[in-house]
Ligand binder design. Structure first.
Ligand code: MN
Length: 463
């Protein structure tokens, strides 16, 4: 079995052809190469074209966490570069953005908006390019930290978190299990459905997740009981961070969403299905979801993703046209992210036997029914205020095929068809010791492959 850390780009699926970028950003030019050798390897998630932002410190130290960019298997300490004078010839905008990186969160950088971020990317690209001057490179080498010697933190202080339900395939599968005659509720193709999640229990990749307690009621039980969930699941999702927000009472129109989004990450929306099935009516998800959500530590910016933007998969004939506030030419042409997302599992027994993780699903974010832009425009249509660092979740990313289903509830059809793992184990839902590993990447002819890194979480027994 393949190792999740080297998921093959060759197996990636792209549902739609990318739409040419009208204003290509020079930092994504495929010919660029870095003097950091590991950034030039074809399989790396972090070539010089990516330059995602995250918060780190050297592991085992009490250093102040600060913003860095991932390059190959290293992290460049942006504030250290600024202090060493490496941005003195960069634009004022880039220097302002680099100052914002001497911070334990990305919020200040997010709040500066697109222009500052683009300028900082240009300065970082120039500094890390193999064309850079030898003396600058020598200084910058001292600002590199190996990723495997770093401790990663949540990338942002997340004020609010909203989770959507944007995969029509996921919604149809779940709906079919709950309401065989009426799987998709009548609002689905009109409204990007979502609910307000909880930011206090969002954790960075690598943090163990305890099996939650709660009121459980299996469909066959007559009354509920309280105890550890017996139906713990993951949900493979794309997360998007708000860069600049809006004042209460104003909207972010779909024509402006691209200037308000900062970038994307991988999100695991851990879900306790037995708690969820009992509590969700009439107000929606609550304790089945808010005990933990894990995100990958690196935020890949809209600029890095520009070569991979494409239309979402076409709607079925007969589906309603989006209402005017959910429709814009740019969003139709480039509203989707051509990101392939995968979920993998490695059980305790597999680890003991030295077996690698096995892949459970692979799906494209282009198979979502609603774009991140439509979700953001909808979220603010009533004047709801968004703030820098707010997180939107796409909802489980599932495609049409069985092997593209992004959670165990769909893969095992609510436990009716347990998964057989290669070592002989079976799974209906997660067991203690299971490690869920999510990866995501974007590939396209004529562009350099980029990745979002990994979102990893191991299930610990109920506290
Ligand atoms: Mn979810």
């Amino acid at each position: 079995m393949a190792d999740a850390t080297s998921s093959a780009a060759a197996s990636a699926t792209v549902a739609q052809d990318p739409t040419p970028d009208p204003t290509p950003d020079p930092t994504t030019h495929p010919a660029l190469r870095s003097w950091v050798a590991s950034a030039n390897i074809a399989e790396t998630d972090f070539p010089i074209q990516n330059l995602p932002f995250g918060v780190f410190r050297r592991a085992g130290t009490q250093e102040a966490p600060r913003v860095g960019t991932a390059i190959g298997d290293r992290i460049l300490d942006i504030a250290a570069c600024l202090a060493a004078g490496l941005f003195e010839s960069a634009s004022d905008e880039a220097q302002r953005a680099a100052h914002a990186c001497a911070s334990p969160t990305l919020n200040a950088l997010m709040a500066l908006g697109t222009t500052a971020r683009v300028a900082l990317r240009a300065a970082l690209s120039a500094l890390l390019s193999e064309q850079t001057a030898a003396h600058a490179r020598q200084i910058a080498e001292h600002a590199l930290v190996a990723q495997d010697a770093a401790e990663m933190f949540l990338p942002a202080s997340i004020g609010d978190y909203t989770d959507f339900y944007a995969s029509v395939h996921h919604a149809t599968n779940i709906g079919t299990m709950l309401r065989p005659d009426n799987p998709l509720l009548p609002n689905y193709k009109w409204i990007p459905i979502g609910y307000h999640g909880r930011s206090s229990t969002i954790v960075v990749s690598g943090t163990p997740v305890h099996r939650p307690h709660g009121q459980r009621k299996a469909p066959t039980d007559s009354v509920p009981s309280v105890g550890p969930s017996r139906a713990l699941d993951y949900e493979l999702e794309l997360g998007a961070f708000v860069g600049t927000g809006n004042a209460m009472g104003t909207t972010i129109p779909l024509t402006d969403v691209e200037t308000h989004l900062f970038g994307v990450c991988i999100l695991n929306d851990w879900s306790a299905r037995d708690i969820q099935g009992w509590e969700y009516q009439p107000l929606g998800p609550f304790l089945a979801k808010n005990f933990a959500s894990s995100i990958s530590p690196w935020v890949v910016t809209l600029e890095a993703l520009a070569p991979f933007r494409a239309p979402l998969a076409p709607r079925d004939a007969g589906d309603p046209e989006p209402l005017p506030y959910l429709d814009a030419p740019h969003d139709r042409a480039r509203g989707g992210f051509g990101i392939t997302m995968e979920a993998w599992i490695r059980t305790a027994r597999m680890r003991e036997a030295g077996h690698e993780a096995v892949r459970l699903s692979q799906a494209s974010a282009l198979d979502l029914y609603w774009s991140m832009g439509q979700m953001l425009a909808h979220h603010t249509v009533n004047g709801c205020a968004m703030r820098s660092g707010d997180l939107l979740g796409s909802g489980t990313v599932s495609g049409r095929s069985k092997d593209s289903r992004g959670c165990l509830m769909e893969l095992t059809w609510r436990g009716a068809e347990p998964l057989a793992l290669p070592d002989g184990e079976t799974r209906s839902y997660l067991e203690d010791g299971d490690e869920v590993i999510m990866t995501a990447y974007a590939v396209r002819d004529g562009a350099v492959r980029i990745g979002l890194g990994r979102c990893v979480g191991r299930v610990a027994s109920a506290a």
